[in-house]
Write a new protein. Sequence first.
Lengths: 219, 320
Amino acid sequence: MISIILFVLFLPICTFAQGTLSIGERGNIVIGINQQDSVTYSVHLSNQTVFFIDSIKVQDIYQEFERIRPDSIAFMCKGIGNLSIHGIALAGSDSMTIVSVRGTLKDKILLDTSFVITISSKTTPLPYIRFSYVSENVPNPVMRGEPTEWTYELDKSGSIQLSIITLDGRIIEEYSMKQDKGSHVFRFIPNTYTYHPGVYGMRLITEQGIHFRIWNVSP
Amino acid sequence: MMIAFFIFLCSFSIQAAEPDSTMRRKPKLDLESLSPDSFAVESDFLNMSIGWFPKIGAFRAIDVTGSSSSFWNDGVFHMSSDIPGSIFNVPNLIFSGNSVYSIDDRIPLLPFSMEESDEELHEQDFSTTYLRLRQSIPQLGIIMHIGLGITFVNRMFFAQDRSKQFLNMQGSLSELHELHEVSIDETELISHLSFELPIYGASMELFGQNSYSYYSFFAGINSMYVLDSDFLHQSFIVKGQDAIRYPSGSNILTIQQRSYMNEIQRLRLGIETGLGWHFGFDPFHLGIEGFLIYPLNSILKNHDLQTLNLSLRTYLGFSF
């Protein structure tokens, strides 16, 4: 019941302080009045290439936050007053992103709302596309028969090719597929017979370039 | 015997008289009053003029004249700075004729690669070719030029945009710098009338054949009529190109490409002046001229935008 009352209190004052932002321009989202201490907030961006959150304030007090992933942050609110999220409009792969904000206190949802941030470019039209990129695999080194994962991001949908290769360029395994833009995970289990302990490569070929990573199979 | 002796004595007297007569001769010319650098010789078969402001003999020649950017530089100099981007439909940028970025920063790259592509790179350019009549007017000591030709000129304007950032794949912010380039590529019909004053040199007319070598100053008026004008607006990623690109994957994005005939002044006037060196040995004529064309009106209808041309040209001509 309390959570419903708080949600109703929050809802009318959740506003986006500015209209369309230009690339390079700073903007802020006024979420509302945080009426309780120690409320845990999670903020998720549908497209992290469009808006970069760099500070969060309650009244004029900066809040410490943790960037869980490039598109997600979490923080515990300290203080009571106007809660606002500040950031900068980026040259990204789209002209809008949805900011989802959820506030919880002791497993009770106090706030669950979302905003749309629209970005415009006054000079060069959007979008921009970043080169493809593969993260280091986790875990690395990997035991034979156990999984390891690479994370990669695509700024536009298209065909991709993932290859497990030896250091002299011989392809051991290859996977081709079409994928949507966004963040993806490639999960791989090196089998006992093919993968002897040593150093291998993982190559990602996309329409946004080629990226290569070294990984290890442990004895 | 007496006669032979008399002739012998007479010959001595003639030899002895010569030194005396030389000593007593009054010089007809005051050599010191003559400038050794400048004199003229006139006779029925030889006319010669050497030195300052030489008199060039009568000739009439048709020249093929050419000028190209490769001679020296691109030949286009901008007279305006801080050109508002609104005149190019890019209201948020300020353009100028110069850029801090080198031509290497504008080299087209292959999609999502740092390898250079074979795509053509636009450069500022000025070249002209025309036929010119040169007619000496010995009575006035000048040479008249009348020319008609064609000029290709590509004027370029640049604006920087350093306001942008992007999220790199490592999750942090990186700077994105862009260079906007506007080029107005034109084909112009050019006509000119100018007069040339020989400053220093030599001219000789021997048995009706004219030959000369002289330096000159010339000035006149040019009129240009634009036959074709194309507008191109491109954006280049000059910082961050190893991590982010335009949707095609290239570091270059064409934003506008269209005919520019409605926005420009088609008829333009300019004052042409310069210095030249000319050599002629009938029927051949050749020379090199450094020239400057100073504009008298704007390139565009709605904004005062002027460029002057400073370049070198050479010509090869034949008497007729």
